[in-house]
Design a protein around this ligand. Structure first.
Ligand code: ZN
Length: 334
């Protein structure tokens, strides 16, 4: 990304890994809503975009062995890996108190200040990498962050077979979360905002209906709002039964959603709802779900491109970023 526009460079320097970092040679990337938004409306300093990847560890920087960093970096050299785009500083008060997910200096691959993965090589903290088992292909592995976020969210939700569950929002994470919950409860439905999501639901056998037709009957034991907007939260409290639970996670990165805003705080008090925010990723869990093969990834993939074709694709107004574009990165010539 250069001076407010996105460009494709044929030759880029190979980065040097810092302390605790690995150099990863990229083989696949996925275009999420955030990357698509950055391509459509670039902002911030010049940098390489991209946050979802699968690649092979080429080299490890200093200080990546056993110790305060998780895992042994040396063991990962030559291995196929996926990993979190989010990196914590490791030294602020929150990181030191076990709240690294809420680091005061949290950085994200491809966001201002951090080079992203839309490149032949990029650097990433060794501690954020997870090895990909041989049974998972690159086209599946590159969706690991979606499955990692859904795994984390689904684990946070206390579910039992006979409760009524509604999932609001139909980004890729919302869809996978609904599929995971549907494997543990009989009555899980997803309230969709986009026709592309309804097609995924059909292929996965998920109950679904348009969010606008959900009604507000206060009969759901548990509502999982994966949009995390004011209006989706308004819908969530309209669906939840008295003393029900609402889990909120912003997985699409977008505000906006179904229905008009209501008196959300008033409804929470009136109905004695329990509301909990959830954010984070469970990469080992996500990779394990992919390895299990119970959720076919093909319906989540809108198209396959080369990296060079990505900018032209996502500026198309028809691209909503809710299902993924996968781009392959051919072996570098240098
Ligand atoms: Zn920190």
């Amino acid at each position: 990304m250069v001076q407010g526009r996105v460009s494709f460079e044929r030759e880029a320097p190979i980065p040097v890994p810092g302390t605790g970092e690995a150099i990863v040679r990229t083989t696949r990337v996925a275009v999420c809503h955030a990357a698509a938004d950055s391509i459509r409306a670039p902002r911030g300093p010049d940098r390489t975009l991209g946050r979802e990847f699968v690649g092979t560890v080429e080299r490890i920087g200093p200080g990546s062995g056993p110790g305060p960093l998780r895992g042994s970096g040396a063991n990962l050299v030559g291995k196929r890996v996926v990993g979190s785009a989010s990196r914590a500083c490791g030294s602020c008060d929150r990181c030191r108190s076990g709240l690294s997910g809420h680091c005061r200096d949290r950085r994200t691959l491809g966001e201002p200040g951090t080079e992203g993965c839309f490149a032949d090589y990029f650097t990433v903290p060794v501690s954020s990498l997870v090895e990909v088992p041989p049974g998972i292909g690159d086209d599946e592995a590159v969706l690991s962050s979606t499955f990692a976020a859904a795994s984390h969210l689904a684990r946070a939700v206390p579910i039992s077979p006979r409760i009524l569950v509604s999932v609001i929002g139909d980004g890729a994470v919302g869809l996978v979360t609904a599929a995971l919950l549907a494997s543990r409860a009989e009555t899980v439905r997803i309230l969709t905002l986009r026709s592309s999501a309804a097609m995924v639901c059909e292929k996965w056998g998920l109950r679904h209906r348009p969010a606008g037709e959900a009604g507000r009957r206060h009969d759901q034991d548990l509502v999982v709002d994966t949009e995390g907007s004011d209006s989706s939260m308004s819908l969530a409290v309209g669906l939840a039964r008295p003393r029900g639970m609402v889990f909120v996670s912003r997985t699409t990165g977008r505000a906006g959603g179904p229905g008009p805003s209501e008196d959300v705080c008033g409804a929470i008090a009136e109905l004695e709802l329990t509301v909990r925010g959830v954010r984070g990723e469970d990469f080992p869990g996500g990779v394990a779900i992919l390895a299990g093969g119970s959720i076919p990834v093909a319906p989540l993939v809108a198209s396959r491109l080369t990296l060079e074709q990505v900018p032209g694709c996502v500026v198309d107004p028809g691209f909503d970023g809710m299902v993924k574009v996968i781009a392959s990165v051919p072996p570098p010539s240098h």
